[in-house]
Design a protein around this ligand. Sequence first.
Ligand SMILES: *[C@@H]1O[C@H](CO)[C@@H](O)[C@H](O)[C@H]1NC(C)=O
Ligand SMILES: *[C@@H]1O[C@H](CO)[C@@H](O)[C@H](O)[C@H]1NC(C)=O
Ligand SMILES: *[C@@H]1O[C@H](CO)[C@@H](O)[C@H](O)[C@H]1NC(C)=O
Ligand SMILES: *[C@@H]1O[C@H](CO)[C@@H](O)[C@H](O)[C@H]1NC(C)=O
Ligand SMILES: *[C@@H]1O[C@H](CO)[C@@H](O)[C@H](O)[C@H]1NC(C)=O
Length: 329
Amino acid sequence: MKYSVYFLHAVLHCWIVGLVVSIVNGKQVWPVPYKRVDKRPDVDPFCQALYPFCPTGDPAGQIPVMKESDLISIFRLQTPVWEFKYGDIMGKFHIMHDAVGFASANTGRNYTMEWYELFQLGNCTFPHEREGLSAPFWCNQGAACFYEGIDDIHWKQNGSLEKIGEISGKLFNEMARWVQEDNETGVYYETWTVKSDSGANATTWFDSYDCSQFVHRTYKKLMDLGTQLSSQTPLKYTKIYLYSGEPLYLGDDSIFQQSSTKDLAADIRQFYYSFRSHQSMVEMIKSLLEALEKMVVEKTFYFYYNSQYWKLPMKYPYLKITYEEIPFP
Ligand SMILES: *[C@@H]1O[C@H](CO)[C@@H](O)[C@H](O)[C@H]1NC(C)=O
Ligand SMILES: *[C@@H]1O[C@H](CO)[C@@H](O)[C@H](O)[C@H]1NC(C)=O
Ligand SMILES: *[C@@H]1O[C@H](CO)[C@@H](O)[C@H](O)[C@H]1NC(C)=O
Ligand SMILES: *[C@@H]1O[C@H](CO)[C@@H](O)[C@H](O)[C@H]1NC(C)=O
Ligand SMILES: *[C@@H]1O[C@H](CO)[C@@H](O)[C@H](O)[C@H]1NC(C)=O
């Protein structure tokens, strides 16, 4: 009896202290805003790309300047990630990659613009263990890639290629400046969208930051510049969801340096240990399925966002990969 009163007291005390802290810090804003940086940091040489990033793009990331009077067509481009290499498995999950195409009426040249992981999806979703480092190590940058050419067959055959609007050369150049700024400040790929449930009124705790979000932002920029965009078919995007109760903030890499958070640090490392090898897309999907199993049993996901860790109290249906309609902004 004495103990339980004592216990209750301790719980209440924690609860009240917790309450005070959250009031002092002001109300937590959901979804947690994605943090931009002043300047893209250099990539650590530990991160080695299996496939080179943006092999046919301009090495300095330059986007050609269009003549102001030019008329530029805008294309919506989408293709399944599973083609060729991965066989059927990705088809089932409907993982699609999105991009935007441009074609100049003046020169007849055309261009593809996309945003993707520097070191592939697996590296953006799960960290590495590094000798001599106690914190998990992430190779999770993503970036915009702009290159000449639109490979019609690649996009058309199993995906889509559709003209959705036109823009003047002058406004295209403005968009290009925005792309470069966006590319310099939004540098970390975020795979997951985290929501309170799968219903229509769910709270979004965290938004993903991926290729489709880039395309969506680009459409918004084009529309802000006064462009009319329209599509004959619904705009659908792949989303990878986690479902959880209200996330609990844990801290940044200092978790792994302080002795007071030793047990938490060990838990987080243990959590990510099962996902350490993932060279291919198929292995990545296998890791996701393993993650799902773990979530069902342990109901905990250690989530990394803005270079900080959060604890997600996971809920049914835990994880979902959807291909859903998201209209023009
Ligand atoms: C993921 O990162 C590791 C560590 O740098 C690297 O060895 C591996 O090639 C990367 N995977 C891909 C698919 O780029
Ligand atoms: C975006 O940043 C990456 C990484 O620094 C760079 O390789 C790429 O060329 C940049 N893209 C554009 C369009 O500026
Ligand atoms: C892009 O240019 C290539 C080469 O001229 C052409 O074959 C292709 O049809 C063009 N695609 C679009 C969507 O303009
Ligand atoms: C389209 O899908 C078919 C059937 O899976 C495949 O054989 C073909 O290579 C794909 N084409 C492209 C361009 O991705
Ligand atoms: C969502 O919220 C609206 C307005 O509060 C309500 O009318 C609607 O029934 C809710 N829908 C679901 C699925 O809960």
